[in-house]
Design a protein around this ligand. Structure first.
Ligand code: SF4
Ligand code: SF4
Length: 158
């Protein structure tokens, strides 16, 4: 098994099946992230319909090779608009969140997928399942915002 960039050590077995999102510890909450990286992609929102389209253009802090935020703990110094998801604001963000996101799935009362590192025990499984955007993004400083629509993609793994 490869090293997990997310600390999933010492967690209660299958805590996500017995503990509501609002009662999870910060450690448990953070461990729920599957590492897909899809929430770090820029989206296009249609002002009239509210529809959200995904692009392969990634946030300037996104590291395409690790599929992680390069400065997660201090990211707001560089990207103040990055959303800190919590149980209280989750509902308002569901409309743009990836369909496979663990927070969205649990909020909807659905189980995690077998490829989730909490179940597989392997952080590589999200990439092997074709759900992540590792090695598939373009940095936003390489694409003018006017051209983001040329880089629309379907959500991987859906
Ligand atoms: S979409 Fe959800 S599971 Fe995937 S990286 Fe973002 S927060 Fe984590
Ligand atoms: S600041 Fe980090 S966590 Fe936030 S969208 Fe950018 S890469 Fe993702």
């Amino acid at each position: 098994m490869s090293d997990d960039p997310i600390d999933r050590s010492g967690l209660r077995p299958r805590f996500w099946e017995t503990t509501p999102l609002a009662r999870m510890t910060r450690h448990e909450w953070e461990a729920l992230c599957d590492g897909c990286g899809k929430c770090c992609l820029n989206k296009l929102e249609d002002e009239d319909t509210g529809e959200v389209a995904l692009t392969r253009v990634a946030c300037r802090l996104f590291d395409d090779s690790t599929c992680r935020c390069a400065q997660y703990e201090i990211r707001h110094q560089f990207v103040p608009e990055c959303i800190s998801l919590d149980a209280g604001n989750l509902e308002g963000h569901l409309y743009w969140m990836p369909e496979t996101c663990a927070y969205k799935l649990l909020h909807q009362g659905k189980p995690l997928f077998d490829w989730h590192p909490l179940i597989s025990g392997d952080p590589e499984s999200v990439h092997a399942a074709g759900v992540s955007v590792r090695d598939a993004t373009i940095p936003e400083f390489e694409v003018d915002e006017d051209h983001w629509e040329d880089h629309q993609i379907e959500e991987p793994g859906v």
